[in-house]
Design a protein around this ligand. Structure first.
Ligand code: C2E
Ligand code: MG
Ligand code: MG
Ligand code: MG
Length: 289
């Protein structure tokens, strides 16, 4: 009986593995023409000044709307795109779309804000990356100071090579940000070695900010960053008390559902118009700032 059961488990395991493989292969294939079929879209999440609660920028976040599979989350398709190297062309599309959109907003007299774009390590380490960024800046006409690239600590695995690319990007005039800061193995080295402008404290630290140990960790990261003259962004702020604690620690900026979820281009456009005419703030508590 045990043997029989073992066999069933094995078959079950195999069919599950098969399903996962099939889904991966399906997504990889479907992703190949997602750009031409207009299935990719950028959403924008507001970035807020924690003291004034004013909008200071936005992060572009990729969405894949498939006609039959529905909305596929970046956490599922980005790793597939990285493995198949499709991330190079997808990443280029993201960069160009975000820069063109930001330029469009600026040209229509809306506030000049900076747009942050996520960059995968695979994409970052591609030999053409610098050239691509240069071309995107030229093609979009966006002043490079309004483009910020978000990379993760994992670029430290190729320190010397990464340093060269970062220096090149700096020369182009774009801003550099370390995303998910504190979750890697080399957080302190990042600070010491890399020419960056911004640290984004990972959501996991913000989630448990009421825990004393976690709170002193967050405070230490903020102090450390400020000592290095960096901007600090806290990600995943969902509750007012998190914003209060972070602000009391002099964390400059924040993003999170408390202020706004990532929203489609059209909706972000409305937000910008509202802000232009009313100077309104985000996050209910401080409309009287
Ligand atoms: P990330 O860059 O760290 O982005 C933050 C993620 O947290 C986003 O998820 C955002 O929607 C979500 N988030 C923001 N505020 C809150 C909050 O208050 N609560 C909760 N629960 N979540 C919040 P999303 O859009 O699903 O993206 C996930 C990850 O996928 C991103 O993490 C980024 O690493 C990657 N990604 C997204 N777009 C791109 C892209 O265009 N290129 C690349 N290479 N990666 C991307
Ligand atoms: Mg990011
Ligand atoms: Mg992040
Ligand atoms: Mg994160």
């Amino acid at each position: 009986l045990a043997k029989e059961k073992g066999k069933n488990n094995y078959q079950f395991y195999c069919s599950q593995l098969n399903e996962t493989m099939n889904r991966k292969m399906l997504l990889e294939t479907e992703l190949r023409n997602a750009i031409e079929k207009n299935q990719l879209q950028l959403y924008y999440q507001p970035k807020i000044d924690l003291k004034t609660r004013k909008l200071v920028g936005m992060e572009a976040l990729l969405r894949w709307q498939h006609p039959t599979l529905g909305v596929i989350a970046p956490s599922e398709f980005i790793p597939i795109a990285e493995e198949s190297r499709q991330i190079i062309s997808i990443g280029e599309w993201v960069l160009l779309t975000a820069c063109k959109q930001n330029k469009l907003w600026q040209n229509s007299g809306l506030p000049h804000l900076s747009v942050s774009v996520n960059v995968s390590v695979r994409q970052f380490q591609d030999s053409d990356f610098l050239l691509t960024v240069k071309r995107v800046i030229a093609e979009s006409g966006l002043d490079p100071q309004y483009l910020e690239l978000e990379i993760t600590e994992s670029i430290m695995q190729n320190m010397n090579e990464s340093l060269l690319i970062l220096t090149g990007l700096r020369k182009l005039g774009v801003k550099l940000s370390i995303d998910d800061f504190g979750t890697g193995y080399s957080s302190l080295h990042v600070l010491k070695e890399l020419p960056i402008d911004t640290l984004k404290i990972d959501k996991s630290f913000i989630d448990n900010i009421s825990d004393p140990k976690n709170q002193s960790m967050v405070k230490t990261i903020i102090d450390l960053g400020l000592n290095f003259n960096l901007n600090i962004v806290a990600e995943g702020i969902e509750h007012e008390h998190q914003a209060q604690v972070l602000s009391s620690f002099n964390c400059n900026y924040g993003q999170g559902y408390l202020f706004s979820k990532p929203i489609p281009t059209e909706q972000f456009n409305h937000l910008l118009i509202q802000i232009k005419i009313g100077g309104s703030t985000l996050g209910c508590k401080s409309t009287n700032f």
